[in-house]
Ligand binder design. Structure first.
Ligand code: IMP
Length: 424
């Protein structure tokens, strides 16, 4: 059976923990979008990791970790991450890297700073936007180019010529040489050359054999390049609707699609966030939930749960079940607010506006539910949750018309309630 773990908000929903939890039963775990902008927190046998490009399957023997063609890969970051995980495990995880995935080159990071475009958006400054832009502009360097040094150097020289003509004053660009870039790329790639292959074909075969294949989404629906809060988005498709293309399988059908959402909302970087709490309440959530970015360490903006935004995410991700994370963080609150609709220019709306400017004007209309005091970190069965906690879950599930499949009540894998309920 195939399963996908998909972010329903602006990333940081806790997908790392869920994927790690499910990966032990999988044969293959596939990352299909983004690159080292992602930071998935995984706690493996008590050791905490912030993984950036390697899927959580790497932590289990016999599970193949696939970096699919929808990704943009930074080889230097990959190598460091791979060696850290290999050292922790005492073995080398099995990787398969899509030959048609694009590479992040050092100039992509430089361009984010030179152009300053990432600043307003508050990107992770990992070169993601420029790398995807090169892909669309047909001047990108692909993983398959690593297999032929002459071809690689020629392509790099052509790309550099164009760049150096555009940025004649920028030493960080003019000082680059194709031969040096090729040397560095090939040194970082050395470990992975035998892992490069037809990822799309391998995924299709694994599914056809009936193996457990797990797709690990990065970022979240509201950061999708087309359907998120554009332009405050990442540069890839982050949703289930984009998955078949990102792995190159037209008739891909993933039976179980877990939509992961925190019990509240967070966002890093710029862009509208209707339910954002500024002041004491927001600071309380930030510190109670330890809301700091895994990749950049930036404090996350915090706010109440937003059902309008989640309904939009549900159309894109088509979840068969919801995974609610950081549920324990809300313990102790007298009242919990949930946004069901927005007020936009004195009109109540229930759909997520496409215009970012309109979204910035939206005032949330809240419904309040009662909080609970009992410590729920030790709860493992849904029925043992306090009734107020179950009522809050009913509001979420009812608001999206999707059953609750899983509730996370702490960071460790065992601090999880599996309801056994999933429409898939
Ligand atoms: P980029 O992906 O680095 O270009 O950043 C674009 C936007 O997406 C910024 O607002 C980032 O903060 C956000 N973003 C990218 N990756 C993640 C993630 O893994 N979690 C949360 N936000 C992210």
């Amino acid at each position: 059976m195939a399963t996908a773990v998909l972010g329903m908000q602006w990333g940081d929903e806790g997908k790392g923990k869920i994927t790690h939890l499910l990966a032990k039963d999988a044969k293959m775990v596939v990352r299909f979008n983004g690159g080292p902008n992602a930071g998935h927190t995984v706690i493996d046998r008590g050791v905490k990791f912030g993984t950036h490009q390697i899927p959580a399957g790497a932590f289990y023997p016999g599970v193949r970790s696939v970096l699919a063609s929808g990704m943009v890969i930074d080889l230097a970051v990959l190598r460091e991450e791979y060696e850290t995980i290999a050292k922790h495990l005492g073995r080398r995880p099995e990787l398969l890297i899509a030959e048609n995935a694009h590479l992040i080159l050092p100039y992509h990071r430089v361009l984010e700073d030179l152009e300053g475009s990432g600043k307003a958006i508050g990107t992770t400054r990992r070169g993601i936007g420029p790398a995807y832009r090169d892909r669309a502009a047909r001047v990108g360097i692909r993983v398959i180019d690593l297999l032929d040094r002459t071809r690689l150097e020629e392509k790099l020289a052509r790309r550099l010529e164009l760049l150096q003509r555009t940025w004649p004053q920028a030493e960080s660009i003019t000082s680059l040489s194709a031969s040096n870039l090729a040397d560095n790329l090939l040194a970082s790639a050395e470990l992975f050359i035998s892992s490069i292959g037809d990822a799309s074909g391998a995924i299709q075969k694994a599914i056809a054999r009936g193996e457990e294949v797990l797709f690990e989404g990065a970022q979240g629906a509201l950061l999708d390049v087309d359907y998120g809060t554009y332009p405050y988005v990442t540069s890839s498709s982050t949703v289930y609707a984009g998955l078949p293309h990102a792995v190159g399988i037209g008739n891909l059908h993933v039976e179980r699609r877990l939509g992961v959402t925190k019990a509240y909302t967070t966002r890093v970087g710029g862009g509208p966030f209707p339910t954002e709490l500024v002041g004491e309440e927001g600071e309380w959530l930030q510190s109670a939930g330890a809301e700091f970015g895994v990749t950049t360490g930036r404090p996350r903006r915090c706010g109440w749960l937003d059902l309008v935004a989640l309904r939009h995410a549900a159309r894109l991700n088509a979840p068969t079940g919801l995974a609610i994370t950081k549920f324990d963080i809300l313990t102790g609150l007298k009242e919990i607010k949930v946004c069901r609709s927005y007020n936009l220019r004195d009109r109540e709306i229930t759909t997520f506006p496409t215009s970012t400017e309109d979204l910035a004007l939206c005032e949330p209309i809240y419904e309040s539910v009662a909080g609970w005091d009992d410590d729920i970190a030790g709860v493992r069965a849904y029925g043992d949750l306090p009734s107020a906690a179950r009522e809050y879950l009913d509001v979420i599930s009812g608001g999206l018309n999707v059953p609750i499949a899983l509730v996370s009540v702490g960071p460790s894998p065992e601090e999880t309630i599996l309801t056994g309920f999933d429409r898939g």
